[in-house]
Ligand binder design. Structure first.
Ligand code: GDP
Ligand code: MG
Length: 164
């Protein structure tokens, strides 16, 4: 069995964009409308000679904050059950939200390595101040990436494969 890496996070943070960047092709649907990834989507990936399976999660329908949070928790539970490494994605454009805090607390307790990724840092030479608030999630240093431009994605993959 290959190691499994699951990407979790709020709708619209850029999970599917990241997934497609790593996959090297467009498999997962990227939409400006949250909730478009209907199901978990899998791809076989490889980095520096290490094979792994990457899972994009989603299927979180727009709704009240409570409804979104419940669905995020369900996705996080599945990731905890299946994954060897969890990529918890937030985005600097929205900043930290209450849902991020709840899910982070849940992931922190699970014993599976969690890598915090701050997406939409499109200018990594000048990371926005917003990135610092993610330290409050208590899961370590946020890795700045721009999934859409591929910036920081290689460094992040280097980090991910260390856990295999
Ligand atoms: P998901 O719901 O978490 O899977 O998010 P998507 O991958 O569908 O992306 C949601 C929106 O964010 C889309 O409009 C993407 O083009 C945009 N997006 C994703 N990554 C980045 C990024 O690194 N920078 C910027 N500026 N936008 C991004
Ligand atoms: Mg998606």
């Amino acid at each position: 069995m290959k190691p499994v890496v699951a990407v979790v996070g709020r709708p619209n943070v850029g999970k599917s964009t990241f997934f497609n960047k790593v996959a090297g092709r467009r498999i997962s649907i990227i939409e400006d409308t949250p909730g478009v990834t209907r199901d978990r989507i899998y791809v076989d990936a490889e980095w520096c000679g290490r094979d792994f399976t990457l899972i994009d999660t989603g299927g979180i329908e727009p709704g009240s904050d409570d409804v979104i949070l419940e669905q995020m928790k369900a996705q996080a539970e599945l990731a905890i059950d299946m994954a060897d490494v969890i990529v918890f994605m937030v985005n600097v454009k929205d900043g930290m939200t209450a849902a991020d805090k709840d899910v982070a607390a849940m992931l922190q307790k699970c014993g599976t390595p969690v890598i915090l990724v701050a997406n939409k840092v499109d200018n990594p030479g000048d990371p926005p101040m917003e990135i610092y608030e993610f330290y409050n999630l208590g899961i370590g240093d946020p890795w700045p990436v721009s999934s859409v431009h591929g910036l920081g994605v290689g460094d992040l993959l280097d980090e991910i494969v260390q856990y295999f």
